[in-house]
Design a protein around this ligand. Structure first.
Ligand SMILES: Nc1nc2c(ncn2[C@@H]2O[C@H](COP(=O)(O)OP(=O)(O)OP(=O)(O)O)[C@@H](O)[C@H]2O)c(=O)[nH]1
Ligand SMILES: [Mg+2]
Length: 286
């Protein structure tokens, strides 16, 4: 009889993600035990320019640490990071994500946007595999619970991640912080039946996001088309009632708008329905 038990992979892949300067590379170095593995520095610009990985043997396991480029809230940088992350995912699937957040500074609107970007772009399978890793533990003057208690946004970030949180002091050589993190990693992997996050999961989320954008774009074009139709038909007199109807209809109702007697409007609405059509086609192709 075939047994249906998930095998525990012998290599554990851990990916660090987070804002620029949050301490991703420093945390990677703490796990790997060699401070110069990943370049770490204090800088307003992203220090890590390319995603990199390194491996080590720890507590009888092979651990791959994947350090990523810093994310910040500008579209150019986000686009660059997006392509970097996509590339590294072709090389490594991920057992556990560490969402790196720096303690001891205000959790700004920008930090919040970066977390949102990560969650949106990695999709629903992200939170199931994520531990929030707080760095700069040495700068805390009390228990981390008190710190969390003071910031609802941060608490909600932690609550949404299945792996909870962990605190690192990257200036401390104490290995127990890494041992503890690996225990949390182990139980999270078990919870996910050792199923990794893959390149396909990322691509699927990207496709879904694209589809959403297409539909939103089509709705906007259609709404403009319907609005213009109302004005044109009303100005032409007589067609007012039809125009009212046209504006009440949603995207993809080009025929109704044609009845309002405006070829320009029909074209606008046709664009709207065309985009919808393309979006549908795209979905069926997947
Ligand atoms: N005191 C203290 N400093 C830390 C800690 N973690 C990181 N740092 C310092 O914070 C600075 C930024 O750390 P990095 O690891 O380079 O940050 P990063 O997230 O990799 O930054 P980018 O690659 O630019 O995205 C460095 O000077 C680190 O040495 C910590 O726990 N305590
Ligand atoms: Mg870095």
């Amino acid at each position: 009889m075939q047994r249906n038990i998930m095998e525990e992979p012998s290599i554990v892949n851990i990916m660090l993600l987070g804002s620029t300067g949050s301490g991703k590379s420093a945390s990677g170095n703490t796990i790997i035990r060699i401070r110069k593995t990943f370049k770490e520095d204090l800088s307003p610009e992203s220090v890590t320019r390319f995603c990199q990985s390194a491996q080590t043997e720890l507590d009888g396991q092979t651990i791959t640490v994947i350090d990523t480029v810093g994310l910040s809230d500008t579209s150019v940088k986000i686009k660059y990071a997006e392509s970097q992350i996509e590339n590294i995912l072709t090389l490594h699937s991920v057992d556990v994500f560490l969402l790196v957040i720096r303690l001891g500074e205000t959790f700004t609107e920008e930090n919040s946007k970066v977390v949102k970007w990560i969650k949106n772009n990695f999709g629903s399978k992200f939170s199931d595999r994520t531990i929030v890793l707080f760095t700069h533990g040495d700068q805390l003057h009390g228990p981390v619970e008190r710190y969390l208690g003071e910031c609802e946004t941060l608490r909600s970030v932690v609550d949404q991640c299945s792996g909870g949180y962990h605190v690192f002091n990257n200036k401390d050589e104490d290995r127990s912080q890494v041992t503890e993190l690996l225990k949390k990693t182990k139980s999270l992997r078990m919870k996910n039946a050792y199923k990794r996050y893959t390149e396909q999961d990322y691509k699927q989320t990207q496709n879904d996001l694209l589809l959403k954008k297409c539909v939103a774009g089509a709705a906007a074009v259609g709404a403009v088309g319907a609005g213009v139709g109302g004005v044109v038909a009303a100005a032409g007199g007589g067609g007012g009632a039809t125009a009212m109807m046209a504006t009440a209809f949603t995207v993809g109702k080009a025929a109704v708008i044609v009845a309002a007697g405006s070829p320009a409007l029909a074209a606008a609405a046709a664009v709207g329905s065309g985009v919808i059509f393309l979006a549908k086609k795209y979905r069926y192709k997947k």
